[in-house]
Design a protein around this ligand. Sequence first.
Ligand SMILES: CSCCC(=O)C(=O)COP(=O)(O)O
Ligand code: ZN
Length: 216
Amino acid sequence: MTEPIRLEDKQRAFAELRSIKAGFAAKGWFPATSGNLSVRVGGFDPESFTFAITSSGKDKSVETPEDFLLVNEKGLPTEATALKPSAETLIHSEIYRLTGAGAIFHVHTVFNNIVSELYWSKGHIPVDGVELIKGFNIWEEDAHIEIPILPNYAEIPRIAALVEGALQPKIPGIVLRKHGIYAWGANSFEAKRHLEAFEYLFEYVYRWNLLNPSSK
Ligand SMILES: CSCCC(=O)C(=O)COP(=O)(O)O
Ligand SMILES: [Zn+2]
């Protein structure tokens, strides 16, 4: 039996999401209502857990009392609400189930879209020796990493079904082709650091390719 979520845990999760949402909005990371954010709230059992997630279709650069709701591991609201969870909730559920993460953030940016297309045929975005790889806690000198890319199917369950096969043990993120990045971490602080590192690396890869068109 799953323990009911305590009001203070729910409020803490919503406050955390509110602050992350405002910070990402200030960076312009939620164009045209895109993006979604979640944090795990309770029930750390991989088979039954609860997380707070952004409601679907909202302007995420605006703060309202209807921005977040709680859902279970199947992505269904755990409390009576008129709010709809993010259309991409099932991807969050699958990432929580497989990684035990504490927070997952998804944004659409021009850089993540372009590099996903640039490296689509390889199935991953390679990055070599850039210092910010250390943002993933990879401290090896001249580290080489490969960030997985999944197809952007219209049906979210089809994408969710591919997450397990795409996960790279040291890489806390997955890119959807010409769609956006999912980055996660043990908590919001770590998931934010990971997302910022990914976005820095995507911009680096994009600019490197512009300057060195034959290097790919
Ligand atoms: C106009 S954004 C298209 C849907 C999407 O990719 C996204 O990230 C936002 O969907 P949500 O249901 O979470 O608002
Ligand atoms: Zn999206």
